[in-house]
Design a protein around this ligand. Structure first.
Ligand SMILES: [Zn+2]
Length: 228
């Protein structure tokens, strides 16, 4: 009754409507929110999506741990000076883990009564919003065997949190049909870290039918929490 191969990135289709929770997969928007853009060689361009070049110096005066330089409060930063470089995506993420929504996304969200997100218009790029899901649900890092690497003794954060997908959620986690939530854990290395976005079935249908660009919906299977 479950798809044999479940890690294929796919938009929602009628045969998958039975799945009730989805991960919203995001693409990079080729933008740095907290660093100068480094000179990216043609060779490195190929790898930017996997291991972005993080050699640019810090900008924007973001709050960081004095010891490990972890960004301590991305959502509270002003994001002054941030201009989205790859502008075609309606929902995307900067190389340093800031989730970004387009006006089209916000319009679809609002018109269809979706819930769970807050939007903050970028001060220097008014076509886009920093976006955050308010409510967090528990990711099951034990069953997923998520690895927590290099904990900072000073701020308590990990340099890397590896093992996000396929998604394992704690039993009992609930997501409203029209709700978008985030995982309580953030995944990735260094500045990249950000939570996964998870949504209910109606939200997934709405997002899919709005033909938003750069947004893929990946079903999360409910038996073992695997999926996507
Ligand atoms: Zn630290």
């Amino acid at each position: 009754m479950l798809p044999a191969t479940s890690s294929v990135s796919t938009r929602i289709s009628s045969k998958r409507l039975a799945v009730s929770i989805f991960r919203i997969s995001l693409q990079h928007n080729d933008t740095y929110a907290f660093r100068q853009r480094p000179v990216i060689t043609r060779n490195q361009e190929v790898y930017q999506d996997i291991v972005p070049d993080m050699s640019g110096s810090f900008v924007g005066g973001a709050s960081r741990c004095e010891w490990c330089e972890e960004l301590l409060s991305k959502w509270d930063e002003s994001l002054r000076g941030v201009v989205i470089k790859q502008r075609k995506h309606d929902l995307s993420v900067t190389y340093d883990g800031v989730l970004i929504a387009s006006e089209r996304f916000v319009a679809a969200y609002t018109a269809n009564g979706l819930s769970g997100m807050v939007f903050r218009r970028l001060p220097d790029d008014s076509c886009f919003f920093a976006v955050r899901a308010v409510r967090a649900i528990e990711f099951d890092s034990v069953r997923r065997k998520t690895r927590f690497i290099d904990r900072c003794q000073y701020c308590g954060n990990y340099e890397s949190v590896v093992g996000a997908v396929p998604v394992f959620l704690r039993a009992g986690s609930e997501v409203g049909e029209r709700e978008i939530v985030r995982t309580d854990l953030v995944f990735g290395s260094g500045d990249e870290k950000h939570p996964l976005l998870i949504c209910g079935s109606s939200a997934a249908s709405i997002i899919a039918s709005a033909s938003l660009k750069g947004v893929d919906l990946i079903p999360i299977e409910e038996d073992g929490g695997s999926g996507g």
